[in-house]
Ligand binder design. Structure first.
Ligand SMILES: Cc1ncc(COP(=O)(O)O)c(C=O)c1O
Length: 343
């Protein structure tokens, strides 16, 4: 009844975090300011939950476009950017989907569900990308779609502007620049949007992961084609109402993102002072670390009440690597102190 290749997959695993300090999911650790929370809750009480949500979301698309300096018809909204990745993999021309490796796991995960081949280019040991080799691979494999997460997850680094521009100019297929971690980075590649370049953004890392709202920005014609594979009513009424409301208070989330960047740099300085930890450069809301025994450190942190991500796989580029999401100052201190005890 179920395809054998699907039966051989594992479901996306979300570890149980009850009772633990949650530093594993690239979330913003700060809650909504109280006054804003009250206002939002009152607003939710006004929605007509008996009705289907607005299917085309012109107002929400207009508000997002306004923020991004584009037109409403250049915005496609998804139930998280995950859903847009799925739409792209459904709609793109036949041919492999090109990705660096390691990168965000859902590109390859969704490609597998849809039986789309993947062409991956291993990063160098310092997690940099050889842009020329990537382009050569795209040409050789006849890739029709490519994803470049800028900054990259799980490595946290940003591909240099000149490299991304070179790929955008020379790739024959559709290039998707995924700026999920854009709010924590020093540059944006939004200006590269064009005939074959699309940008992905999300509200998730900014403090609204629970909403499930992501969007693509691109050429109006391209957006109109992708919109054909969007499920009707993909964004529920509560999310639509909330997103429109929070767009009016965007500065709250920008301020929190600034705090997270400051904390990231403070945490980097603290961890770099430990000689048994290698800290990789990050422009995201997390740090990638390498330690001698990642499994033991991960387990020890869990026992100390802290949940992070263990990316260790023997023989892989991520051997010995741990991934920690930046928390509040207190959480970061607790993490750093626990780590010092474990290495
Ligand atoms: C690079 C990247 N893109 C997209 C996503 C998906 O974000 P969401 O579906 O929450 O919008 C993530 C989530 O971790 C990510 O790391």
């Amino acid at each position: 009844m179920i395809r054998s290749d699907i039966r051989s997959l594992s479901a996306y695993h979300v570890p149980d975090s009850s009772g633990l300090v949650k530093m594993d999911a690239m979330e913003n650790p700060y809650p909504l300011p109280e006054g804003l929370r009250d206002e939002w809750v009152r607003l939710l009480g006004t929605c007509d939950i008996n009705r289907y949500p607005d299917a085309d979301m012109p107002e929400l698309r207009r508000r997002i476009a306004e923020r991004e300096g584009l037109q409403a018809n250049q915005v496609l909204i998804g139930n998280g950017s995950d859903e847009i990745i799925q739409m792209l993999l459904m709609a793109a021309d036949q041919g492999p989907c090109a990705v660096p490796k390691p990168t965000f796991v859902m590109y390859e995960g969704i490609a597998k569900w849809l039986k789309r081949p993947i062409a991956s280019m291993p990063l160098k040991a310092d997690f940099s990308l050889d842009a020329k080799a990537f382009l050569n691979m795209c040409a050789r494999e006849k890739a029709s779609l490519a994803f470049l997460a800028c900054p990259n997850n799980p490595t946290g680094n940003m591909w240099p502007r000149a490299d991304v521009q070179h790929i955008a100019d020379n790739f024959r297929g559709l290039l998707v620049i995924d700026e999920a971690y854009g709010p924590f980075a020093t540059d944006t590649y939004r200006d590269m949007i064009g005939r074959n370049v699309l940008l992905l953004r999300t509200f998730s890392k900014l403090g609204l992961a629970g909403l499930r709202l992501g969007y693509a920005l691109g050429d109006a014609e391209l957006i109109a084609e992708l919109n054909k594979v969007r499920l009707p009513y993909n964004i529920n009424i509560l999310t639509q109402l909330s997103a429109t409301f929070f767009l009016g208070h965007y500065e709250v989330f920008e301020e929190q993102a600034k705090q997270i960047c400051l904390e990231r740099e403070r945490m980097r300085t603290t961890l770099e002072a430990l000689d048994k930890v290698k800290v990789f450069p990050s422009q995201a809301n997390f740090l990638l670390l390498r330690v001698a025994d990642a499994n033991a450190v991960f387990d020890g942190l869990k026992q100390a009440g802290i949940l992070i991500k263990n990316l260790h796989a023997k023989g892989s580029l991520l051997e010995g690597c741990l991934h920690v999401t930046i928390g509040t100052p207190e959480e970061n201190e607790r993490f750093a102190n626990a780590l010092k005890e474990l290495i």
